[in-house]
Design a protein around this ligand. Structure first.
Ligand code: NAP
Ligand code: MG
Length: 489
């Protein structure tokens, strides 16, 4: 099954100090193909001793060897080469991501891998533009600032966009001149392991990128608490984010946290309803709803409710569920049996709380039936107090909530401890911008949803996290400022 890529994966090994090594414990686990429930390959179960070796390798590479001697111009070229190699190996990476994660090949080949490359091209442009200031300081002193790399960074990522979210962190870290230890999610480690070969091919010096696969509670926790790690960049659940904060507190590490969401997507009655329906469907069915910024609460103004629902249901039919390797498939399997059970639990909760399923809601059979497929599901008649409107489901399950007026929908949209993203659909420009200001969210999309650009910062308000990825702020997160004073008197 994994024939095109197996040779390049170094099954069961870790990438530390530029070499493939067995985990100290010798233990491995299987990575599963969610489309059929069968094992793809084995992955090393790294633990604290492996994290220790990786952190030492990163520290050494930061202080000795080629990396500290490279200027921004050299790093810029290196990042560009990585971007080109990602595109060159696009088909292989996309297939690997789809096999391991279950996301449709349409998405992994047309979006995940090309966008990962774009991130490197974008930060390639920053690597040689990292500049300090000269500041007119007291007493006529010469005072200037240096922008220096934060140091050794631990990158911990979830399983929904494995390659892409690693690149969101890695590209600015390398542009800034940091060294990293990456802990991918145990369910989806394969693209990170394949990426190690790409980094080597591009010329990333040994020790600058280390990959320790394994369990979050073991390898991830060891990284978050390690005194030799200067910063943790984490994407994952709000709950794990709290654990990371506690673990990192022991050494006052820098943190950026990209956490969960329960994002409102608001359709006013004066909106272009066809466009809103398209955006609502993409907002919840893309990547089978395993999207932190999924528009999982669709607020629809009462006069437009029925027309919007009709348009949405005909849109939903354009998201065929099936084998994720089939280019026509738009909805693949959920990432794991565990995730499928969790999402099915929410479907049951929605039913028992009195919401009405208008489409989907059942496990789907594809091929031999061993995969973790769930039909795209839409609930209507949802109250904001119901479990399906309050908790992050992380599956293709939409909660449609009817509303009457502007103030009410803003109040209900903000009535959540999350604040990752929001959507607003209206033809009234004033209403759109008033809503954008009032929404407590790190990203607001007006008459669009789920659009990203490497130059535009992304991150959370409230308990959806802090710090920003992408854009200039995404680079700043990997830099620290040194002020230098020179007495000229
Ligand atoms: P998760 O359970 O929090 O896991 C995320 C990562 O943290 C995984 O690599 C996990 O390892 C690791 N981890 C788990 N426990 C840890 C610990 N105690 N110390 C250190 N690392 C630990 O999240 P998930 O279920 O994989 O992903 C879904 C969540 O991510 C959702 O809540 C979603 O909203 C959020 N998310 C947010 C964004 C964003 O940008 N805001 C983007 C994507 C996803 P293992 O998986 O190996 O246990
Ligand atoms: Mg897998």
């Amino acid at each position: 099954m994994l024939s095109p890529t197996k040779a390049t994966l170094n099954p069961g090994r870790l990438f530390i100090g530029g070499e493939w090594r067995d985990p100290v414990s010798g233990r491995t686990f299987e990575s599963i193909n969610p489309a059929n429930g069968e094992p793809l390959t084995t992955v090393a179960e790294g633990g604290a001793p492996d994290v220790e070796l990786a952190v030492q390798a990163a520290r050494k590479a930061l202080t000795e060897g080629d990396w500290p001697k490279m200027g921004g111009g050299d790093r810029s070229k290196l990042l560009w080469r990585i971007g080109e190699l990602l595109l060159k190996h696009r088909d292989e990476l996309a297939e690997l991501e789809t096999l391991d994660q279950g996301k449709p090949i349409f998405e992994s080949s047309k979006i995940d891998v090309p966008f990962a490359a774009e991130i490197f091209f974008y930060y390639s442009g920053w690597a040689n533009k990292i500049e300090g200031d000269t500041i007119p300081a007291r007493g006529g002193a010469l005072c200037y600032t240096l922008r220096e790399p934060v140091g050794v960074c631990g990158l911990i990522t979830p399983w929904n966009f494995p390659l892409l979210l690693m690149c969101w962190k890695l590209a600015p870290a390398l542009a800034a001149g940091c060294a990293v230890v990456h802990k991918p999610a145990q369910w989806t480690s394969l693209s990170a392991l394949r990426f190690a070969g790409i980094a080597q091919e591009a010329g990333v010096p040994p020790g600058i990128l280390n990959i320790v696969t394994g369990k979050g509670s073991v390898a991830g926790a060891a990284l978050a608490s390690h005194p030799g790690v200067d910063k943790i960049a984490f994407t994952g659940s709000t709950e794990t984010g709290r654990e990371i904060m506690r673990a990192a507190a022991g050494t006052n590490k820098r943190l950026t946290l990209e956490l969960g969401g329960k994002s409102p997507n608001i359709v006013f009655a004066d909106a272009d309803l066809e466009a809103a329906a398209r955006g609502a469907a993409a907002g919840i069915f893309y990547n089978k709803g395993e999207v932190c910024a999924a528009g999982s609460r669709l607020f629809v103004q009462a006069p437009a409710h029925d027309a919007l629902m009709e348009a949405l249901l005909s849109r939903a039919a354009k998201w065929p569920l099936g084998d994720p390797l089939d280019p026509k498939t738009r909805v693949g399997p959920l990432v794991s049996e565990q995730q499928l059970q969790k999402v099915m639990g929410y479907v049951e909760a929605g039913k028992s709380e009195g919401a009405c399923i208008v489409t989907g809601g059942r496990r789907a059979q594809v091929g031999d039936g061993g995969g973790y497929f769930l039909e795209p599901t839409v609930f209507t008649g949802v109250q904001n107090t119901m479990k399906i409107a309050r908790e992050e489901i992380f599956g293709p399950v939409l909660s449609v909530i009817r509303f009457e007026d502007f103030d009410e929908v803003l109040r209900r949209s903000n009535d959540t401890f999350y604040g990752l993203a929001a959507g607003v659909w209206t033809r009234d420009i004033k209403k759109a911008h008033r809503a954008a200001r009032a929404l407590q969210a790190g990203t607001v999309w007006i008459n669009c949803y789920s659009v990203y650009d490497p130059a535009v910062p992304f991150g959370g308000y409230k308990q959806s996290g802090f710090g920003r990825e992408l854009g200039r702020e995404g680079l700043d997160a990997y830099l620290q400022t040194k002020s230098v004073w020179v007495d000229l008197s």
